[in-house]
Write a protein that binds this ligand. Structure first.
Ligand code: ADP
Length: 721
């Protein structure tokens, strides 16, 4: 087996050239050669062909090895250059080596030439490989550098695509990112010589894409013929025609980021080395995308923190619910896009919109939404979890209404207070599949803030109401206390008046008693008998006064602790009337008593009511000089009360005295003239007792004709048995 060797010989001596060729053939080479004798012919040879080696005689008649070396260097090619010299130790050999020749051989030791050629060829190959590799590494470095230095994401990816095209000597490179949530490829950046708008290509639902294939498998995919490949969508191929392509997954760790697709317009067979390079470039791009995502996430996080800070300060500075909720919706828009958004509050299965923002004039606000008519709200109230409707046009839960037909993507997040749903934060977008998991997360944070705002406002309102209520109660209490105080003052005044009245009233009989007792010792026995009568009557009056005063004060003491029993008014009246018959008889009066047929049960204090009847009856007898006194009891249907009537044919009570009649110690003007004994306390006692029994007194009277006192008392029950 002989190796073909493309050799360029710089020599004008025919014999020397033959020697060289002979030696090479002997050494197992099959030389294909060209001879050049000057710089011009050498230049042509270098340009026209590629050479494995150049062998040059040291000195030619019009040329030299050194000049040839210069021509080679000028051409920029890396071809092994061996100089052939005449004798050992010739200084020309050293000069040539210093100038850049790779080796030299001495004419009389030509056998060395074979070994030298073999070695130089191998070395040149290694050298060229190394150079290629370093060029490749340099390009790969550029990809890495671009990732680190270009801040605009899209421009960075476009640069990467451009570099990849160069690196793999391809016709185009496309980077498509993978949306894991929606399981769809998103054409993102391209180096496309035809400048076709790659980003505008929409991947259809369920369409097979190379990105999907390689992201799922995690391995590169070589497509030698795009037309025949089941992995290439015919629709996409029409938009971006190619003959062969290489699809490489962009994966970092567990993250499936997308794919790099390298295309060739001609049929291309991929070498293992090319695939390896592609993988390395894809690795760099994947890192860049991951970094880009991290930066985006970090930026979003920072923005989120900033907006949440704003929301929190709005929460702290204002308790006005509407204001805070509007701030929340405005801030939310900075981090999650929407065409319209609202805060809905739940009361008795109806959602009320309390805050609203719309960027789309045609999306209309719904003020109230009955939960029972809206399955998506119902579902959320049950699960208490966020809900996304990716396409309202196909989602059965969506109930379209006028003003909502433009909404295609819906995101709802429940607002919770102590695990109870108080409302919903609700975002609408006109683009289907718009909301991502990240949007849900961010909106949830805002929903939490909104819930706090609402709860704070509610607590504040409650506290305000409580304070107002408390204030009103304090005012009422103060007023009541002031009134009580006034009453106490009045009572105190009455008491003082009562004491002075009592003192005055007691003094009168005592004075006259003293007077008559003094006189008694100085007068004869006839007069004494008269005086004794006066003394007796004054002593009676004193006794009556004391009894009445005691009764009155007893009433005051008992007013809270008096015991009531069920008693029959008929029997009580009858007894009192009977007791007074002798008195009436003595006065020459007719005393009638007409009682209701059925017993009249009332609840009352027996001795107090006896006192009432006694006082009224005594008055009637006292203030009637002739005629009758009539006592009767009955059920008064009109008033639905028991009625006791005491009527006399006495002196009557003038109109002007009637308002004073029930005052303590008040006595009618004519009573004094008629010298009827009395204290002026009888009716005051009656009035007080009747008040305590929740009854009432009425009076009819005509001077010199007579008076009638009507006493109404509540029955035990309305029904009279
Ligand atoms: P008193 O009878 O001890 O004077 P009362 O309080 O019982 O005191 O009565 C107050 C006044 O009412 C009496 O002084 C009298 O002028 C008038 N009065 C009471 N009952 C009658 C009556 N049946 N007929 C006329 N005047 C009466």
């Amino acid at each position: 087996m002989t190796d073909q060797l493309r050799v360029l010989i710089v020599e004008d001596n025919h014999e020397d050239m033959q020697l060289v060729l002979h030696t090479l053939r002997q050494g197992g080479f099959r030389p294909v050669f060209r001879q050049v004798i000057d710089a011009a012919s050498m230049k042509v040879a270098l340009e026209e062909d590629s050479w494995d080696i150049i062998l040059a005689g040291y000195a030619l008649s019009r040329f030299s090895a050194l000049a040839a070396l210069n021509v080679l260097q000028q051409s920029g090619r890396d071809i092994p250059f061996i100089v052939i010299v005449d004798t050992v130790g010739e200084k020309g050999a050293n000069t040539a080596m210093r100038a850049g020749a790779h080796d030299y051989v001495v004419k009389n030791n030509m056998l060395r030439l074979v070994g030298a050629v073999r070695r130089e060829i191998t070395e040149a190959f290694t050298r060229q490989e190394r150079e290629k590799k370093s060029l490749y590494l340099d390009q790969l470095n550029q990809i890495t550098r671009a990732a680190a230095t270009i801040l605009d994401d899209e421009r960075m990816l476009r640069t990467q695509a451009n570099l990849v095209t160069k690196l793999l000597e391809a016709d185009g490179a496309y980077i498509s990112l993978w949306d894991d949530l929606h399981q769809v490829a998103i054409p993102t950046a391209a180096h496309d010589v035809m400048h076709r708008p790659y980003r505008q290509i929409q991947v259809q639902n369920g369409e097979v894409t190379l990105t999907h294939t390689v992201v799922q498998s995690g391995y590169p995919l070589v497509v030698a013929n795009s037309q025949d490949s089941p992995y290439v969508s015919k629709r996409l191929l029409q938009k971006l025609p190619s003959n062969s392509l290489l699809a490489l997954p962009l994966i970092v760790g567990e993250q499936k980021l997308g794919a790099l697709i390298v295309t060739y317009s001609t049929q291309h067979s991929f070498s293992a080395d090319e695939i390896l390079r592609g993988e390395q470039a894809a690795g760099q791009i994947a890192l860049a995308v991951a970094r880009m995502r991290l930066l985006t996430a970090e930026r979003e996080q920072r923005e989120l923190a900033e907006t949440l800070h704003k929301v929190a300060s709005a929460l702290n500075s204002s308790l006005d619910r509407e204001e805070v909720l509007n701030v929340i919706l405005d801030q939310l828009l900075r981090v999650v896009a929407y065409d319209s958004a609202s805060v809905l509050l739940l009361t008795e299965n109806v959602l009320h919109s309390v805050a609203y923002r719309s960027l789309h004039p045609q999306v209309k606000r719904a003020k109230t939404l009955p939960v029972n008519d809206l399955p998506h709200f119902q579902e959320m109230l049950q699960t208490r979890k966020p809900l996304v409707m990716n396409d309202t046009a196909v989602d059965k839960r969506w109930q379209s209404a006028s003003g909502t037909d433009l909404i295609r993507c819906w995101l709802g997040v429940p607002m919770l207070v102590q695990d109870k749903v108080i409302g919903i934060l609700n975002l609408n977008h006109t683009q289907p599949g718009f909301y991502t998991e990240q949007d849900v997360k961010v909106t949830t944070t805002f929903a939490r803030q909104a819930a706090i705002a609402i709860e704070n406002a509610r607590l504040y309102e409650q506290q305000q109401a409580y304070t107002a209520d408390l204030e009103q109660r304090v005012q009422e209490r103060t007023r009541a206390l002031a009134e009580a105080n006034e009453r106490l003052k009045e009572l105190d005044r009455l008491k003082s008046k009562f004491v002075s009245d009592v003192t005055h009233e007691l003094r009168t009989p005592v004075t006259s008693l003293k007077l008559y007792l003094d006189l008694m010792s100085q007068v004869n026995s006839e007069k004494q008998a008269n005086y004794l009568k006066v003394v007796k009557s004054q002593a009676d009056r004193l006794g009556q006064l004391i009894t009445d005063i005691l009764n009155l004060s007893k009433l005051e003491v008992e007013s809270t602790a008096v015991t009531f029993t069920t008693l029959d008014l008929n029997r009580l009246v009858e007894t009192v009337v009977d007791e007074h018959r002798p008195q009436a008889q003595a006065a020459g009066l007719q005393l009638d008593c007409t009682l209701a047929v059925n017993p009249l049960f009332i609840r009352g204090n027996h001795s107090q009511l006896v006192q009432v009847v006694t006082n009224l009856l005594t008055n009637a007898i006292h203030y009637t000089s002739q005629g009758y006194v009539q006592v009767s009891t009955q059920w008064d249907e009109a008033q639905r009360m028991m009625l006791l009537t005491i009527k006399d044919s006495g002196m009557g009570i003038p109109e002007q005295e009637r308002p004073l009649l029930f005052d303590r110690f008040y006595r009618g003007e004519r009573t004094g003239q008629l010298s009827v004994p009395g204290t002026g306390l009888g009716l005051a006692i009656v009035k007080e007792i009747i008040d305590m029994h929740q009854g009432k007194i009425e009076l009819e009277s005509k001077v010199d004709v007579g008076s009638t006192f009507y006493i109404y008392l509540p029955a035990v029950s309305d029904k009279v048995s």
